[in-house]
Ligand binder design. Structure first.
Ligand code: ZN
Length: 309
């Protein structure tokens, strides 16, 4: 069993409108935009990153906005709900705030004994807030949500699978332990992780595979401290029979990717070097940053990428 993986690093999803996505994650949900760059594999579109003040791994939601892309069709083989942690007693504020902002599909319930508010993002993204009184991670409060309400980072993410068995085995190999089962959903937790420690598995045997589109999660990334730990994880996964990509430089972290037995794309990302490698912490996310291989496209991209504000 591996011990290098420390919880979630980031979750990456698809959007249809960059300015709408930016407004939702910063003004509505109060996260900080910590990086404004392009999709390194498809540089005609943005890659936007939202998180806490520093873009700490475990807090970072990222989007590829493809203008006019059609909505995804939810199904199996993908992430179902991405869940963020908020302070105890804050959900009444959030329910009023999100309703006032016109956020769709607000629903209060209880999950694994915690109060939860589920809602949809601008493209039907499956999102939720869960009250967690034990979460001591500092919140970003620069975008207008007060500290006693603000998001602390990821709480968990759920995987929707037709058959959970092999993915559950994989997560256990990655260091997760079965914690509890609630209403048919199985929770696995990484003990001593970075705070973004839980993965929930929903088993939906009769549900067809989802179609990727706006509002769909593209992949989910797990955190390791550094490149040495990443290479250990890569070797162990390959020795177990997984097809894993070579290490790819994403400027703010190094990444490897592999497809899980249940169909979800997993990434293992390093905590180094971080989002302040090319911008001061005070100014994260303000300027368009391009990787060296795409810098020659800058003048064109500055004309064709839709302004965020
Ligand atoms: Zn990623």
């Amino acid at each position: 069993m591996l011990n290098q993986i420390k919880g979630l690093h980031h979750v990456t999803a698809m959007a249809s409108s960059a300015p709408e996505n930016n407004a939702f994650w910063t003004r509505t949900l109060g996260l900080r935009r910590v990086k404004q760059t392009v999709n390194f594999d498809e540089p005609s579109v943005y890659h936007l990153y939202y998180g806490d003040e520093h873009g700490t791994p475990g807090s970072v939601m990222t989007y590829f906005p493809f203008p006019h892309i059609i909505r995804g069709r939810p199904g199996t083989g993908e992430v179902g709900t991405t869940v963020f942690s908020v302070p105890e007693g804050s959900l009444d504020f959030w329910q009023q705030h999100l309703a006032a902002q016109g956020v769709a599909d607000l629903k209060r319930d209880e999950s694994f004994g915690s109060r939860r508010l589920a809602f949809s993002g601008p493209d039907g993204d499956g999102l939720a807030l869960v009250e967690d009184k034990n979460d001591v991670r500092p919140a970003w409060i620069g975008d207008g949500i007060a500290a006693d309400h603000a998001i602390r980072g990821f709480h968990s993410a759920s995987l929707r699978l037709r058959d959970a068995g092999a993915t559950e085995e994989l997560l256990k190999f990655m260091g997760y332990q079965h914690a509890e089962t609630h209403a048919g959903t199985k929770r696995l937790v990484r003990p001593d992780g970075n705070g973004a420690d839980a993965i929930d598995i929903e088993t939906l045997p009769g549900v067809p595979r989802g179609d990727l589109g706006a509002g769909s999660v593209h992949h989910i990334a797990f955190a390791v401290d550094n490149r040495a730990a990443q290479l250990e994880v890569r070797k162990a996964l390959m020795d177990t029979g997984f097809q894993v990509t070579p290490v790819i430089d994403r400027d703010y972290f190094w990444a490897i990717y592999f497809r899980t037995p249940g169909g979800v794309l997993f990434e293992i990302a390093t905590n180094e070097p971080g989002f302040d490698r090319d911008e001061d912490t005070a100014h994260l996310g303000e300027a368009l940053k391009l990787p060296a291989q795409h810098e020659h496209l800058r003048s064109r991209l500055e004309k064709t990428l839709e302004p965020l504000e």
